[in-house]
Design a protein around this ligand. Sequence first.
Ligand code: BTN
Length: 264
Amino acid sequence: MNSRLSLERIKDLRTAAAQGVEVVLVAETGSTNADLLAGVAHFVGPRLLLAETQTAGKGRAGRVWHSEPGATLTFSLAWKFHLPTHALLGLPLAVGVAIAEALAQFDVDAKLKWPNDVLLDGKKLAGVLIETAVVKGAPVDQVWAVIGIGINLAVPEHLAARIERPVAAAPSLQADRSRVVAALLNSLAQAAISFQAQGFAAFRARWNALHAYGGQQVSIVDGGRVLHAGLAGGVDDSGRLLLDTPTGPIAVVAGDVSLRARED
Ligand code: BTN
């Protein structure tokens, strides 16, 4: 059963870390990421934009993110970091930890696929797209991260047909979507505060505990081309994936590469 999203309820359920976050709910927009990116220069503090429907949802690597009113949660959180842009490299992984830990409160046992997919039963449950914007200012420039998250709650047949690959669903989360959004917001705000203070190092052990492919043979793929293959270890303090390859250990930097389990 699908529940109504309530702005008031989400606001009421905010914990201390998220109290300063302005929460905005719209029925429809093109992309919550695009909207926040266009507005960051005017924001005084962090902002969460939640949309019932997106008509031009953006995925990673230029892909389209398909969603369905009520069946998906689509939202973005704009957060200002006092860090240089390059220091945000591990942020997508920290966000994965924040999502998985929030979903665990609802008995959804999510795992993480490097660099930034959230899986349930080995299939993609949620995707993360982080885009950054630098606003020129004095005495220093402001670095904003727009953290976009899409979560499949249910996958009706026509949505599955559009996505064209197996995806997971978590129908139990439909019962009280406002509470799920609030839990995600609280977890993300706390993660952003920790990331600002300690970087990805604060998340490394938690990420490794949630790793879906630890100890498995994997390939790192870029646009269909295999860049590396080997035994997946954990991630290091900057979020690089440690891989034992036939020619020795390497650390792979997250970018628009993706990981595939190897069948052989
Ligand atoms: C991925 O490709 O895995 C990332 C998908 C991210 C989708 C979310 S939905 C909310 C936010 N707005 C967008 O346009 N994209 C992100």
